[in-house]
Design a protein around this ligand. Structure first.
Ligand code: DC
Length: 226
């Protein structure tokens, strides 16, 4: 069993790359951002301000989050319902970022993340995987790219999902979210001391996937088979 942690800011391609690596190595891909997005959705459904830590904390006992794998893909159930792409809107990005700065929310999601890794080889992406969730991960990568490059990718992804957005708004929203995620007190976006930094501004998706697999092979060796 081995664990690959990928952290970094939004739009660096963490999820697309991690998904492709998981497929090649036949391991689980764990998208931890989806968990914070799901908490954000529940907070919105209940009309609570996502920055109100007491209000959000009071909702947690009414919230059950289950992570399942269906046809190899991660599906998150919020009180028994899979809301699919409803957690992927720019509004939910902001909700997720706001609730993720609340200590009781991070505590609430901690065990579910650790539990998946306890029983499986995984590639897990997020902001604090190498630092907090899997501090003993065999491979830690901090993936980043220039802000313009990341905004362009996010813009393209949202357009492909049929959402009507402007590039300028995506860039501004991404910068503000990255600032919030990396300056918060608890579990800020940060490279672990032993993480390998990978800037993929000039890499294609295939090249990024190959780079991650090369780093993993170097760290883990024979256990990694494509
Ligand atoms: O990776 P993402 O864009 O789906 O994440 C949404 C938000 O969730 C992000 O702005 C910060 C938060 N998050 C976090 O704090 N820790 C994680 N491990 C993953 C996401």
């Amino acid at each position: 069993m081995f664990h690959i942690a990928i952290d970094g800011p939004g739009g660096a391609g963490k999820s697309t790359i991690a998904k492709a690596v998981a497929k090649k190595l036949d391991i689980l891909y764990v998208d931890t951002g989806a968990l914070y997005r799901t908490v954000g959705l529940f907070v919105k459904q209940n009309g609570v301000d996502p920055k109100d830590s007491e209000g959000v904390g009071a909702l947690l006992p009414k919230l059950s989050i289950e992570v399942k794998y269906e046809n190899g893909a991660q599906v998150v159930y919020l009180n028994g319902v899979n809301y699919g792409d409803a957690i992927r809107t720019p509004e939910m990005s902001m909700y997720a970022s706001a609730v993720s700065a609340i200590p009781s929310v991070r505590e609430f999601l901690l065990e579910a993340q650790k539990e998946i890794a306890r029983h499986n080889s995984v590639i897990m992406d997020g902001r604090d995987i190498g630092t907090v969730i899997l501090p003993d991960a065999d491979v830690k990568i901090f993936l980043t790219a220039s802000p313009e490059c990341r905004a362009q990718r996010r813009y393209k992804e949202l357009c492909e999902r049929g959402q009507s957005v402007r590039y300028e708004d995506v860039l501004a929203e991404m910068n503000s979210r990255d600032n919030a995620d990396s300056s918060r007190e608890i579990a800020p976006t940060k490279a672990a001391d032993d993480a390998v930094l990978l800037d993929n501004s000039d890499l294609t998706l295939e090249e990024s996937v190959a780079a991650v697999i090369a780093i993993a092979k170097e760290k883990v060796g024979g256990e990694i088979r494509e």
